[in-house]
Design a protein around this ligand. Structure first.
Ligand SMILES: Cc1ncc(COP(=O)(O)O)c(C=O)c1O
Length: 439
């Protein structure tokens, strides 16, 4: 029995009606990627208000690592909501927060402490505050292609102007940007890591005094920037340089963490241990939760009450996160990430034989991106092709999302509980559509 079951066109009449209501009262910048309104989600599937069943390869933009409505997460949330939904942890503390902190310390490893927040951006902001308090330095280093959020500081750290920054200046001061290793688009792919490291070293003479830099923030695998996996020597070189200069390293694992790449942290693939790790998205299983997990001396540096917030580490979200970690462990989702990633890669390798727009298939574990180009030799980005592909797959019942500094990378953020049959069905649609939307 196929999972995709379309009883109306997408969007169907009820979705269209609801979207018209939305357009009257919701601000336009909150535009829609999928024009089907969800009624419920289970595992990797979504049913819309017209009764259509779709397969969701975007997994709530990476939040549904354990799938929509996982019974263990639902039960944990229900039980916690019945007991109490909120206190403000700094007024009346509770166990789910402490339990989650204990588990994160043991999963990330080392002598660490934890602070919880609501969103990825909020955790990144706070990671920088911890680093500034610990070093007494003002500046922050970040990378080209980075995405760290939409608040003033995180928007400043984010690389792309359109759509994230244009018109929103002035930006936060003392933020400096250097190139990331992007082997596919490097003038010398074999040496991409060394070249980017050379620029970073030079930047400490020509761009910013390293003694004024509190921290350097990086995504071990860039998410929004195009699922870019840096050359193997790059991140070890970056962390070593930072250590030499007393600069705190912050690994933004909001998209790559909690097991997406087949390890709890993507950093593990590179043999690095950042001083501070930021987690969000998959950790909360769809509930607003993020975490900063850092070295004890860094986490203890700010004054009492300098870090916090009314809702941070909400008990219901903590209960969900503890259930997510149970599921990752009990259902062997780290191993499953490898299998899902292999299936996506081999599906795309087959598609690439008939579709020359497939420029590169890359990633770690289940964090797989496909960079689409007009021409494999010139690598000219094929943003139009991706747009047509996503529109048409959606019409055929598969939800896909893009990324990339040139808007030309298809990213897979598949719930790892997807069945082999569902993944096969989705890959078949992707293959048929990729051929059909060629010009
Ligand atoms: C790497 C990374 N950091 C930070 C963020 C911001 O997270 P949030 O949208 O929860 O604020 C995102 C969101 O996509 C992300 O991918």
């Amino acid at each position: 029995m196929p999972t995709i079951d379309l009883v109306t066109e997408i969007p169907g009449p009820r979705s269209r009606e609801m979207i018209a209501r939305k357009e009257r009262v919701v601000a336009d910048p909150l535009d829609l990627h999928v024009r089907a309104v969800i009624e419920r989600g289970v595992g990797a599937t979504v049913t819309d208000v017209d009764g259509n069943s779709l397969i969701d390869l975007s997994g709530g933009l990476g939040c549904h690592l354990v799938g929509y409505s996982h019974p263990k997460v639902v039960e944990a949330v229900r039980r916690q909501a019945e007991r109490f939904s909120h206190t403000d942890f700094s007024v009346i503390p509770y166990e789910p927060y402490v339990e989650l902190a204990e588990r994160l310390v043991s999963l990330v490893g080392g002598d660490r402490k934890v602070a919880l927040f609501n969103s990825g951006a909020e955790a990144v902001e706070n990671a920088v505050k911890f680093a500034k308090a610990a070093t007494g330095r003002p500046a922050v280093l970040c990378f080209e292609g980075a995405f760290h959020g939409r608040t003033l500081l995180t928007m400043t750290l984010t690389s792309r102007h359109d759509p994230y920054k244009a018109g929103f200046g002035p930006f936060a001061p003392e933020v400096y940007r250097v190139p990331f290793s992007y082997p596919y688009r490097s003038s010398n792919p074999e040496r991409s890591g060394h070249l980017a490291l050379d620029v970073l070293k030079r930047a400490f003479t020509t761009v910013v005094d390293p003694h004024s830099v509190a921290c350097l923030i990086f995504e071990p695998v860039q998410g929004e920037g195009g699922f870019v996996v840096p050359a193997p020597e790059f991140l070890p070189g970056v962390t070593e340089l930072c250590r030499e200069h007393g600069i705190v390293t912050i690994a933004d694992e909001v998209q790559s963490g909690t097991g997406r790449t087949g390890r709890f942290l993507a950093s593990e693939h590179f043999g690095i241990e950042a001083d501070v790790v930021v987690l969000a998205k998959a950790l909360g299983g769809g509930y607003p939760l993020s975490a900063v997990v850092g070295r004890v001396d860094i986490m203890d540096a700010p004054r009492p009450s300098a870090i916090g917030g009314t809702y941070v580490g909400n008990p219901v979200a903590c209960a969900a996160a503890n259930a997510v970690l149970d599921v990752v462990e009990q259902e062997g989702l780290l191993e499953r990430a490898e299998q899902v990633g292999k299936a996506i890669r081999s599906g795309w390798e087959a598609i690439a034989r008939d579709v020359p727009e497939v420029g590169e298939i890359r990633g770690l574990g289940a964090m797989v991106g496909v960079e689409l180009v007009r021409n494999r030799a010139t690598k000219e980005p094929a943003a139009d092709f991706l747009r047509r592909l996503m529109t048409e797959t959606q019409r055929r019942g598969v939800v896909t999302v893009g990324c990339g500094i040139y808007h030309n990378v298809l990213r897979h953020l598949v719930p790892l509980v997807i069945t082999d049959e569902q993944l096969g069905e989705a890959m078949e649609v992707l293959g048929e559509v990729a051929v059909a939307v060629r010009e």
